[in-house]
Design a protein around this ligand. Structure first.
Ligand code: WTA
Length: 660
């Protein structure tokens, strides 16, 4: 492979050829410090996966009771990992660090938007988590009860997650940007017993109330009858209605509790959390992760992809409402005894350098963000970041969507000053942690490629029959072997789990293969290049949205007869949302209705799902069997010629009408 550390070598429009070797200094001290070392680990894992994962699980986690078997795959695709063992994620993240000097190390640094900040040592965080655990117990919450979190980025969000894990109550974190209706759906689906929320949070220099959405979710449209208690963190200190008996202030209930609460020994396969994500149908699916496998995967991947050191200050800019926040703000860093940063704010007109200020202030060494943020920074130029001292950084990460080589190069140059490796990490809510990523001390990187699968991950590019594709041929991204962090099922719908992930592609030998829903190719060096979703999921600024969910929201508006939603390329957001809408007879599509429909989608799902463009049409292009031909709509939405076969179109005049 050519080496491009001294500048680009072969430039080609079709294929990115630049290659950047890991910095020698980093490689010299890294856990995995060369491609050979990486390959040796991969071979070890491939030779005897059970021994590989079993050794790591024993070495890296604390067990109350040891496990008797590593993987039980006797009932595929339902895996059981580390059966017989008992452990606790909260114990692994807190208690086991208290025995030595790490007890007084900073575990969590929190930076509030208005400039307030807090930090917790491991000992302090342990005490806060114990108090919150005791408060939950006082409300009658115990092992197995699902608790929803609907919170801004305040320390109590992490504390509440760890408290739930501690007492064995699985959590279901619902992104604070989702609407009351979306929250209610998730509360009902999970039969949630308690909700932890806040009076509000700060956004763009203003306090924004959050609790009213919880009240609405619990009151309107039949509410969510399973919810008995609401625990409310006081953040913005504005007016906040409290329902007697149901609602409790966090500071009143939690602060007075005992700071000791033993961690509940949990069976390896006990449910740890549910996290809803979009799929190809109208209903979001509750991805279920379990205790030991998820813990091991968040722990190991965090250690590998950032080659974590004891003095690192790690900052991941995600929200705890997404899997990235779960695995790389809270569980991965704390399980490793690292220092993790949590930021309530975002870059905004009054503070375009907000991120760089956090890095400068806390001397962050690892920065993990999304391509959409990088593209936004690129647009406003290097003048802003150049004003800050970011010499503390040593590794840069990206996640959430494909990163275009220009953005990758800008990130490496302007933020990393060409010193820091860029780790482009491919993974999903379903995979629990990173699956394909460079190792910063071992893997030469290519801009736009997430490079090579982590040790033990049997990633492949296949066709619909599960046949591996040759170098550079496009195909579907799949994983041939179970891994500890894999999702276990869809909450309440195991058949959907089987169908959507394991039966889309069935190899001739009838083995089970995990279908990720992404299209990708692998180059001659074995590097993966992810192209994006191949199903009806669109990726808007790194947020996964199902086109069917948005369509259902549109159709629930009284004026709408039918709707089809597609993505179109967007320079900043990755993908934008375009909706084609047919109206009920006699309705007229005008600007007022467009505004109304956008607001309606915002109310049904949340502001991130509002279409960028709504086009009214008399009819939608359908096949003779009545299936909407999205391929055609996608081409129209992005202003391209409709190519390919249109012979299955039921009424060809629809196409002409849509073109005008
Ligand atoms: C996309 C986020 C290209 C992909 C962790 C995947 C990526 C979906 C990358 C999962 C990447 C994530 N390169 N595409 N590095 N990382 N994706 O569940 O389409 O919110 O299937 O998990 O994001 O999104 P999710």
């Amino acid at each position: 492979m050519p080496d491009a550390t001294t500048g680009p070598t072969i430039e080609s429009v079709l294929q990115e050829q630049r290659l950047f070797a890991p910095p020698a200094e980093l490689a010299a001290s890294a856990r995995i410090g060369s491609l050979d070392a990486y390959r040796a680990l991969c071979s070890k894992a491939d030779l005897d996966p059970d021994a590989f994962w079993g050794d790591l699980a024993r070495r890296e986690l604390h067990w109350f009771e040891p496990f008797d078997s590593v993987l039980d795959w006797s009932d595929p695709p339902f895996a059981k990992w580390f059966a017989g063992g008992t452990t606790n994620l909260s114990f692994n993240c807190l208690d086991r660090h208290l025995a030595g000097p790490r007890a007084d190390k900073t575990a969590l640094i929190w930076e509030g938007e208005p400039g307030d900040s807090l930090s917790f040592t491991y000992r302090q965080l342990h005490a806060e988590v114990c108090k919150a655990s005791n408060a939950l117990k006082a409300l009658g919450i115990g092992k197995g009860d699902l608790v929803a979190l609907y919170m801004p980025m305040v320390p109590e969000a992490a504390i509440a997650m760890l408290a739930c894990a501690r007492i064995g109550a699985p959590h279901s974190v619902v992104f604070g940007g989702f609407s009351a209706d979306a929250l209610r759906d998730r509360l009902i689906d999970g039969q949630v017993k308690a909700v932890i929320t806040a009076d509000g949070g700060f956004r763009k220099d203003k306090p924004v109330p959050l609790k009213p959405a919880v009240d609405e979710a619990l009151a309107a449209n039949g509410g969510a009858p399973s919810v008995e208690h609401v625990l409310v963190v006081q953040r913005i200190k504005g007016d906040c209605a409290m329902a007697t008996g149901r609602d409790h202030w966090w500071h009143e209930l939690v602060d007075g509790q005992s700071a000791e609460c033993p961690a509940e020994p949990m069976a390896s396969e006990d449910r740890l959390f549910v996290l809803y994500t979009s799929g190809s149908t109208g209903k979001p699916k509750g991805v279920v992760h379990t205790t030991a496998g998820y813990n091991l995967w968040a722990h190991l991947t965090f250690q590998w992809i950032f080659d974590i050191r004891d003095d690192d200050i790690h900052w991941c800019t995600a929200d705890v409402g997404w899997i990235t926040g779960h695995s790389y703000i809270v569980y991965g860093p704390l399980s490793n005894g690292a220092t993790t940063v949590m930021y309530e704010g975002a870059p905004r007109p009054s503070k375009p350098g907000a991120f760089w200020e956090v890095i400068q202030k806390h001397r962050c060494t690892i920065f993990y963000t999304a391509p959409t943020a990088i593209r936004a920074f690129m647009k406003s130029g290097r003048a802003v970041p150049d004003q800050y001292d970011m010499s503390s950084l040593r590794i840069l990460g990206t996640v959430g969507e494909p990163i275009n080589p220009e953005a990758w190069m800008w990130y490496r140059d302007v933020i990393g000053h060409n010193r820091c490796p860029v780790v482009d990490t491919w993974w999903q809510t379903e995979t629990g942690g990173v699956m394909i990523s460079p190792l910063p001390g071992a893997t030469p990187t290519k801009p736009g490629s997430c490079t090579l699968p982590l040790p033990g991950i049997a990633a492949d590019i296949v066709d619909m029959d599960g046949v591996s594709q040759p170098a550079d041929a496009g195909g579907y991204l799949a994983v041939r072997r179970p891994w500890p962090g894999m999702m276990r099922t869809v909450h309440g719908d195991p058949e959907r789990f089987r169908r959507s992930y394991w039966e889309e592609i069935r190899p001739a030998d009838a083995s089970y293969l995990y279908f990720a829903g992404d299209g990708a190719r692998r180059d001659a060096d074995g590097y993966f290049w992810v192209m994006g979703r191949v199903d009806d999921v669109i990726n808007v600024s790194g947020h996964r949205l199902g086109t069917m969910e948005i369509e259902s929201a549109l159709v629930s508006h009284p004026t709408v007869a039918e709707a089809a939603v597609v993505g179109r390329p967007d320079d900043l957001k990755g993908e934008g949302i375009v909706a084609f809408v047919t109206l009920e007879a006699g309705r007229c599509g005008d600007d007022a209705l467009i505004a109304d429909l956008r607001a309606h989608v915002g109310k049904e799902i949340g502001p991130i799902a509002k279409p960028d463009e709504i086009r009214f049409t008399d009819s939608l292009p359908k096949t003779r069997s009545g299936k909407i031909m999205r391929r055609i709509l996608r081409a129209l939405a992005s202003g391209q010629e409709v190519t390919g076969d249109t012979s299955t179109l039921e009424d060809r005049s629809v196409l002409d009408a849509l073109r005008v």
